[in-house]
Design a binder for this molecule. Structure first.
Ligand SMILES: N[C@@H](CCC(=O)N[C@@H](CS)C(=O)NCC(=O)O)C(=O)O
Length: 228
């Protein structure tokens, strides 16, 4: 059986879990939290050379990095594709999946560090200036760009693709840790987010991660708006 190493609250692990669910692939999730010292298993660097989650094993095959894993799953099980057929939409999906990486690096990662990893794992006080800088600069830049490319359907065509999953996964964790999507400022992005959350695979992933979300004391009131 496929084994996904990571935790569902992780932006990149959730992306892989949603793809596995969308494709109907049997899998199990083996919890690994790299930010907790000594949490990853001893052979972790063999599974994930960068040390980040997620990694995946499929029998004797091991691969890390969410983009690589999603590409692997698509080739392995082409049914219920998460990559568009047309060359243009395919290119766009890959580009926006990469852009979701920027949203993670510039927005979600620093905020998660300030409100969760720093104070709750490392005993470091939250740096409000750093949070303010992210909200003042990185959020308008990245959310503004995504709002400008979000149309009435999905980000790269008429079907849910890896780009939508990658972007929405960032926005889920961003809101879990207490930050606002600024719906009136980014209405097309908010509408896209709601559409993605209504996809059965995303709903199922959210349902499965509920226990972790509760245990971590994260905010989930945004879900009632998104899923209304
Ligand atoms: N490009 C990688 C990024 C993975 C990544 O940054 N994962 C985060 C969690 S969402 C992580 O492992 N952070 C812990 C660390 O950097 O030590 C991917 O797409 O898998």
């Amino acid at each position: 059986m496929l084994k996904i190493y990571g935790v569902p609250i992780s932006v990149h692990t959730r992306k892989v879990i949603v793809v596995a669910i969308a494709k109907g692939l049997a899998h199990e999730v083996d919890p690994v939290v790299p930010v907790i010292p000594d949490n990853p298993p001893p052979h972790w660097r063999q599974l994930s050379p960068t040390g980040t989650i997620p990694a995946l094993t499929d029998g004797d095959y091991t691969i890390a990095d969410s983009a690589a894993i999603c590409g692997y799953l698509e080739r392995l099980h082409p049914h219920n594709p998460v990559y568009p057929q047309s060359a243009r939409d395919y290119g766009l999906a890959l580009a926006l999946e990469q852009y979701a990486g920027k949203v993670f690096r510039d927005v979600v990662h620093p905020l998660f560090h300030e409100v969760f990893v720093g104070p709750k794992v490392r005993g470091v006080t939250t740096d409000q200036n750093r949070i303010d800088a992210v909200l003042t600069h990185a959020v308008p830049e990245t959310f503004g760009y995504l709002d400008s490319v979000a149309g009435p359907a999905f980000l790269a065509g008429e079907r849910l693709s890896v780009a939508d999953i990658a972007v929405a996964s960032n926005l889920i964790t961003y809101q879990y840790i207490g930050f606002d999507l600024y719906r009136s400022r980014f209405p097309r992005l908010a509408a896209l987010f709601d559409r993605v959350l209504h996809h059965p695979a995303m709903r199922e992933a959210l349902r499965r991660e509920q226990t972790v979300v509760d245990a971590m004391g994260l905010r989930q009131d945004f879900l009632s708006t998104a899923l209304a």
